[in-house]
Design a binder for this molecule. Sequence first.
Ligand SMILES: [Zn+2]
Length: 373
Amino acid sequence: MKVNAISFTGKIIDAHMHSGRWWRQSTLYDHTNDIDTFTKQPLSNGDTVERVVVSNLDCMTRIEHPGEAAKFLSNELDGNRRLLEIAKGNSKIIPLATCQPGYGNVENIKTVFNENPSQFAGLKFHSEQLAIQADSEVYNPYMEFATRKKLPCLFHSGQTYDSINGAATTVSKPEQIYNLSKRYPKIPVIMAHLGGNDEKNTMKAVDYLIKSAKSKDSMLYADISWVDCDNPEKPILRQVLKRLKNENALDRIMFGTDAPIGRFGFWGENYVKPIDAYTNNINDIKKMIKIQFGKEADDIIEKIFYKNANDIFIERNWLPNAYPMPAKNNKGKFGIIAGLVVLCLGLLGANISKNTQNKPQTDTNTVTTTAQQ
Ligand SMILES: [Zn+2]
């Protein structure tokens, strides 16, 4: 094998994973320990999952109180602190702080960042669970914070068109996420699930990726969790990669799974164990790329499975004067200086925003409690 094939095809960053609890029918399952399934052992194909970008479902999963405004299992303080506790036990975890615009307050996010400098690598928003349109102004204080702190933001995205998988979204459309990313062009905004897993919806999301890449009006990216999930031939993903390659935009997409949700939860699916479903998915995608892209395949595999996510979340080379996230457990000079800078900025930010806090709003829209798309 070529050197780059050995060094890169074996390393994987999963850009979309979760800890915490999520509904399956009417039962709430805790998926936190399931992360170990994918990170504590090499996969049977020889690949190693090196890093996983994780957000806490507890901040997204809704509980209903009849007669009251809907609430989440955890608020922004408790849920994000809990994720950092979990990350202490697994050095592969790259934590994202989950935000609850409209219910929480950006001051909570500032608090957990000030308590834990340099721990979170970005923010996570689930517009569907929030039931607030992704380009609503309600997101502004959080996005301003993300811009100031130079944080990539991961947004759940849904279907633009009704398809076999159910109703189109009204709040998580790729178009809305693109609109938001244009308002905050200095930070990467990532569409989770690439707009749904069927061809029409996925291609609509790719339209925006290409628009963003060509016009350079924003840093819109996507992860491929659930795209072509039931087809081992990966025909939609093949089309996605060809279009992005033609537009020189292959840096805009990255591997992610949404594990341990759905078939990657401990029950598996159709008698396939979660670890096998996970490995099969990787094998199928790599096989399709090798068949379709010939001698360019290794480079494309490297980009999708490792480099693009590494560039966004770890190296952060999208910054004009890029500086990477400090290495984990490295409490060297850089960490101390960065900590002091963060503390000063935090104090300054807290002062400035004292009188401009956005008031929590209530909401009574429909709640999604089924497996995520
Ligand atoms: Zn997810």
